[in-house]
Design a protein. Structure first.
Length: 152
């Protein structure tokens, strides 16, 4: 399985042109200050029996902005293909802004496709638990963020 890492803003087109081709796409982003990150990922299945697993994760701090836009396209006559898209964003500031926009365009039968998106705040109970074990708020937040970004 080919692995593709996305680590910068912009439009990223991943084409699966050969029957049986498999790809894993991973993107991890951290936006801070007034930074704006805009990531568009297009996974284009152009052959049958192709497989793509896409996971985009982001953390947004301060007054920064993060936008994930993902599209899975499966062409006609590309049956027995599978594609999965996950977009997860963790907000660490009331002034930060995030968008997660997954989309599917399936032009054939006999495929497995799904997408998921979530934008959430830091769980105060998790922070409290870690702080009750002797960590500072900053240490607890860092531990939670690192776990979020590293988890599959």
């Amino acid at each position: 399985m080919r692995k593709i890492e996305i680590n910068k803003s912009g439009r990223h087109l991943i084409e699966l042109k050969n029957p049986g081709e498999e790809v894993e796409i991973v993107g991890v982003f951290e936006a801070k200050n007034k930074e704006k990150i805009d990531v568009e990922v297009i996974i284009h299945h152009q052959a049958p029996r192709t497989l793509a697993n896409t996971t985009l994760k982001g953390v947004v701090r301060d007054q920064s902005q993060l936008k994930f836009k993902g599209l899975i396209t499966i062409d006609p006559n590309c049956g027995q293909s599978s594609s999965f898209l996950t977009e997860r964003i963790l907000l660490l500031s009331d002034q930060a802004h995030a968008e997660a926009i997954p989309d599917l365009e399936i032009l054939t039968d006999d495929v497995k496709c799904s997408h998921a998106a979530s934008i959430s705040n830091l769980d105060e109970e998790h922070l409290f638990y870690l702080m009750s074990r002797g960590l500072s708020k900053k240490q607890a937040e860092k531990l939670i963020v690192n776990g979020f970004l590293e988890a599959k």
